[in-house]
Structure formats: C-alpha cells, structure tokens
Ligand binder design. Structure first.
Ligand SMILES: Cc1cc2nc3c(=O)[nH]c(=O)nc-3n(C[C@H](O)[C@H](O)[C@H](O)COP(=O)(O)OP(=O)(O)OC[C@H]3O[C@@H](n4cnc5c(N)ncnc54)[C@H](O)[C@@H]3O)c2cc1C
Length: 488
C-alpha cells in the first residue's frame, strides 16, 4: 500500500528503458530498497507514450536491446513500438521490478537536505519521499513542443500531438493536415495516407530520409536465430561496429555514401517539383538522421500534397499559408517534436547551499559523463546531457554500470555523499565542447538549434565520440573525481 511519506535508499524517476535498466542493475548489486516513480499509467517510457501508427526504432533491435536480456526472435530488423513495449514489460516481470513501481506518480521537485544527507522528493499529488540517492531517468523526449501559430486555439476540428496519438479518432475519409515533418511524421504518414481522404503535409525543412531495409524476418530466419543465438550476437557486433563509426559523424566517406543512398531513394518521387522540395540543403547528420523505405512513395499518391510555404494562420476550419492558399481540414496532427535540451531542469531541483539546477545550468545542461553535475550530491542522471548517441540502450547500460559502482563505493567507504568536483566537470565539458565544434555537420546551418542546442547555443545533446569511447570513460574508477563526505 502506498504511503504518504516513504524512505528509500534510492528513488528512480521514470520507468522507461533507463529506469528499468537501473532497477535490474541495482537488484543484481543487491540493492533492493528502491522505488521507481513513473508519471504515466504504464512502463516503457518512449515506447509507452509514442504509440502512433508505424512507430518503430531506428537502431536495429539486435542492438537496440539490453545485453543482459537478448531476444533472438525480433520479428523484423527494426522492431515496432508494440514489440518493444512487450520486451520492456517482459524485463519488468522477469527481473521482479513491478513491486518497486509506482505509476501515475509525477515527481515535481527534489531538494538536497545537507543536514541528514538525504534528498527530499515531492510529487504533484503531494506524496513525499526521502532517499539517500536520486537517479533521474526522465528521458529526452517527454516535454512536447507545440507550435505557436496565430489562430491555433480557434480550430474547431480535432487536434492532437503525434507523440500522444489519439486512437479514439478514426481518420478514415478525413482531410488531415500534418504540421512538422520529421522523425515521427515520416513513420506515421505512410500508415495513414491510404485511409484519409486528403493529406496535407506542412514541411519547414527537407530532411535526409535514408533507406532502412526493414523487411520482416522470414520464419526460416527466425528459426535460425532461435537455434543459433551466436548468429544474433554476430549480427549485434556488426551493427555495433556500423553505429560506432557513424556516431562521430566525422567519417566523410560513410556520410557521402549515406547521402547517395538517400538521393537514390528520393528518385522514386515522380513529380520533379515535389522531389526538389524534398531534397535537403544541408549535410546528413546536421539534423537527427531519419530512416524509412516507405516514406517517399507516399508522394506519388493523388491525395497527398507537400506544402513548404510558411503557415500564416489557422482558422476554425482550415490552415492558411503565406501564399494566401486556404486548405480545409477536419484534423490537425502536430508532429512538432520534443523539448530535448531541458533534461532534469524540467523539475524543480535544489542542491547544496540551496543552489537551483536551473541556475547552475543557465548556460545549458551540463554534467560529468552526462551523469553527475557539481553541487548536486548523490544525484545521478541517465540519458543526461551529451549522452545521445548510437543505441541509447547500449549507452544506458554503461551509465547504469557506472552509477551502480558509485553506490557500491558509497557503501564500502561508508560515505554520506559524493559530489563531482567542479574542476573535473569543467575540464571534461571544455574538451567535449571543443571536440563537438570539430564535427562539421553539427556546425552547419540547418535550423537544428533547438534539438541539439540549448537557448544559450551550447550543444547539449550528443556524445561526439564513439560508443567504445563512452565505455572506456565510464569504466574508469574516477575515485579522485569526487568530493566525498564520510557518514558520521
Ligand atoms: C519515436 C522515438 C523513436 C526512438 N527511436 C530510437 C532508436 O531507434 N534508437 C535509440 O537509441 N533511441 C531511440 N529513441 C530515443 C529513446 O527515447 C531512447 O532510446 C530510450 O527510450 C530512452 O529511455 P529513457 O528511459 O531514458 O527515456 P523514456 O523512454 O522517455 O522514459 C522516461 C520516463 O520518465 C517518465 N517521466 C518523465 N518525467 C517524469 C516525472 N516528472 N515524474 C515521473 N516520471 C516521469 C516518463 O513518463 C517516461 O516513462 C527514440 C525516441 C522516440 C521519441
């Protein structure tokens, strides 16, 4: 039974892949006194919230899965949302995480109490938790971005954000406007195009959409994988090597090959004017890479129109562009993405000496190895600043290992707290930003400012090195990197 004031060794915020992975690692390390607080009514995070038609991962499932729980029979190279969600639920069951879960629990704030070296965590409904350690597993894609367009609130038809798909709405025979054409839209547009009467796609910037080759495995292949798990492991290693090279976005030959394959795929679009509008004018990698085999053919349909003029206003029944064209629609789907750069400062977090995380990060989110930030002892972050790269599940496993080792250290040395030294964090971040500035495609101008960069201009999302490098950095002992205080 849920209590109003709970005390735990560890509070984990979020039950997506990160929170679940952390729970598994804690249990393996013998830490059982933890709770996972999740604002949603289910686990799985990204894959619970994003249920739009056609949602699937962009990193092959043989790698977009945890090493401790390999699944040999993914139905296709890039699994769909439902299959990933089943996988994550399987993990929660198998590793007995469910007793630790508290769903429908939104954390509002957390404050460090120096006097007893505890975090005080408060939820939206006023529940309180006290814990020695807080681990944030909020993800990067939880706060939705809505456009600000004159008249947006006047629209009388149906509207929803693609990240919170309204499954009660039947789009059959409807005139639908999609605003924002990027990662999510290229996945759901092919799914709904044949059902709707008319589809208007409002695109601001043409993205690179490169081949995915997501052909479902045959029964024969699946049997082979099941009987020979080593084949899946070899596959995983090959995929890893490919992403490991791509990660740095500095392999010019590979980038050129990818662009070539994207342009070849684009050639299926019959109308040269549409093809021109779909041709990117920035280098691949400048924006989040997109992968699809089924997106471009959509533009050969009579009921699909690509619009690139800026939207001037929305009326109660239509979308009006600056060229004066009015298009009547029944439904508007906002596929305008996420606020990716806020990280843990989305919550009210107060650390040592009353310092607010928002103030500490006024120049943009920053941390040591993406996991700890100076002045906030015993606070760890998963998928924190500058850890976005390759297979996030691979990156998360490394982070969970690192954090588990820090907890072990606290136990062994009987520490009240540990706090990353400011000079260590600054040295790390100065070098990181210097190396980011050497990645040409991230410096190009493609309107990616609010996906990769905070409002200060600081590049806060991506890890600029390989996944190998992340493993190397996160397996260091880091004993001297922290200021520590012994328990009294
Ligand atoms: C459509 C889509 C496709 C993607 N495809 C890929 C891919 O192919 N490969 C890849 O590597 N990555 C992909 N990603 C990135 C993906 O987010 C990560 O791979 C992974 O899911 C991150 O897990 P997470 O647990 O860190 O975050 P999430 O999965 O976002 O989980 C965070 C959880 O925290 C909860 N939460 C947030 N705030 C609070 C609060 N205040 N209180 C309590 N709970 C809270 C949320 O409800 C959510 O359940 C994709 C993302 C999206 C949106």
């Amino acid at each position: 039974m849920k209590q109003k004031n709970q005390k735990h060794r560890v509070v984990i915020i979020g039950a997506g892949s990160a929170g679940l992975c952390m729970g598994v690692q804690l249990k393996k390390a013998g830490v059982d006194d933890f709770v996972i607080l999740e604002k949603g009514n289910g686990i799985g995070g990204t894959w619970w919230h994003n249920s739009y038609p056609g949602a699937e991962c962009d990193v092959q499932s043989h790698l977009y899965s945890f090493s401790f729980e390999q699944k040999n029979d993914w139905s296709q190279p890039f699994a769909g949302q439902e299959e990933i969600l089943v996988y994550l639920n399987h993990i929660a069951g198998k590793y007995e995480l469910r007793p630790h879960l508290q769903l429908n629990t939104t954390v509002k704030s957390t404050r460090w109490q120096g006097e007893n070296a505890r975090w005080h965590v408060v939820t939206e409904s006023g529940d309180e938790f006290e814990s020695h350690v807080v681990i944030s597993a909020l993800g990067m894609f939880n706060n939705l971005v809505w456009p600000s367009i004159p008249g947006i609130d006047e629209f009388q038809g149906t509207t929803f954000h693609s990240a919170r798909w309204d499954h009660s709405q039947d789009l059959q025979g409807k005139r639908v406007g999609v605003i924002g054409i990027a990662a999510s839209a290229i996945q759901f547009v092919p799914e709904i195009a044949s059902r709707v009467e008319q589809l208007y796609l409002y695109q601001r910037t043409a993205n690179w959409v490169v081949p995915k080759d997501n052909v479902p495995y045959t029964q024969e292949q699946l049997d082979h994988f099941r009987q020979n798990p080593s084949v899946v492991q070899e596959n995983r290693a090959d995929i890893y090597n490919m992403w490991n090279t791509l990660c740095t976005f500095n392999d010019k030959k590979l980038l050129a090959e990818i662009e070539k394959s994207g342009l070849e795929r684009l050639a299926v679009v019959e109308d040269p004017d549409v093809r021109r509008k779909l041709t990117p004018n920035h280098p691949f990698g400048c924006k989040r890479p997109l992968f699809s085999d089924v997106y471009y053919p959509v533009f050969n349909r009579d009921n699909v129109e690509l619009l690139t003029d800026t939207i001037e206003k929305i009326t109660p029944s239509s979308i009006v562009t600056v060229d004066g064209e009015t298009r009547d629609v029944d439904t508007i789907i906002y596929s305008t993405g996420f606020e990716t750069t806020t990280y843990l400062s989305a919550l009210e977090v107060t650390g040592r000496d009353g310092q607010r995380l928002k103030d500490a990060w006024s120049d943009g989110a920053q941390a040591y190895l993406g996991m700890t930030t100076a002045g906030f002892p015993n606070l760890f972050m998963l998928y924190g600043p500058n850890t976005n790269q390759g297979s996030i599940l691979f990156m998360l496993e490394r982070q969970c290992d690192y954090i588990t080792r820090q907890l072990k250290r606290m136990d062994e040395e009987k520490l009240a707290w540990m706090d990353i030294r400011p000079d260590v964090m600054t040295t790390f971040n100065d070098q990181l930003q210097k190396d980011i500035s050497r990645v040409d495609v991230w410096q190009a101008d493609c309107g990616n400012d609010f996906y990769y960069r905070s409002s200060s201009g600081r590049f806060v999302t991506n890890w600029p090195y390989t996944m190998d490098e992340f493993t190397a950095r996160t397996t260091q002992a880091d004993v001297d990197a922290y200021e520590v205080k012994a328990a009294t």
